[in-house]
Design a protein around this ligand. Sequence first.
Ligand SMILES: Cc1cc2nc3c(=O)[nH]c(=O)nc-3n(C[C@H](O)[C@H](O)[C@H](O)COP(=O)(O)O)c2cc1C
Length: 224
Amino acid sequence: MKITIINGSPRKSGSTAKILKKMQENFEKKEDVTVSYYDLTDYSLLECSGCLSCYARGVCHLKDNLEDINNNVAESDALIIGSPVYVSNVPGTLKKYIDRGHFVLEQSLYGKYTFAVSTYEIGGSSDVVSILNKLFRISGGIILGNLQIKLPFNSNPLSLPGMEKRLGKTSNHIYNSIKGKKRKKLIDRLFNWFAIRHVIRPYAVKKPKQYKAVLERWAKLNIV
Ligand SMILES: Cc1cc2nc3c(=O)[nH]c(=O)nc-3n(C[C@H](O)[C@H](O)[C@H](O)COP(=O)(O)O)c2cc1C
């Protein structure tokens, strides 16, 4: 079982990272799990230039190491994204990755398990979880839940009462769901089918040259 964890905070040792690293530690106690952990801030990601050439080529033309992360996600069974709340939204670090992660048209999370983690001080974590869940849903992912953790800025979530136990339970829930091949909710399956069939597909089929890589990816996944 392969799990990718992405820390979308610009702070590598911040509260979000501490939670994600604890989850990584929990997963790595299982014999059959390999975890890849990414701090997006290490990647100095460039902004999407909006050229759309990735739809034809399958990879981004910008010269940074973003595709390393994308390739890793493609090989994983599950993706966990952690994000602090920045002004009721995700931080720019994470948004750059979302824009360039080949998520929606390529259905990069098709059949993959997904989980959102959000830390915050006052409010806005439901906005962040909603942004991440929408991303997961429209990219074909199977949503396993989310964690929203309120705590003072720059504090250690692991010192909150019951936190280690909560993270242990959450990690087990994710592990058991993947192991038991938990099915996507009917409502999400219908949503995904409708979105591909009636929204995304007609759009791409009209311009097969421009969407060459997208159409090849769908054929590989057998999703249309
Ligand atoms: C620029 C900035 C904007 C923030 N905006 C919010 C906000 O809108 N709501 C909130 O509850 N916390 C906000 N916070 C607090 C962080 O979300 C919170 O402290 C989070 O746990 C930090 O995670 P990190 O240590 O992993 O970076 C903000 C922090 C920063 C630096």
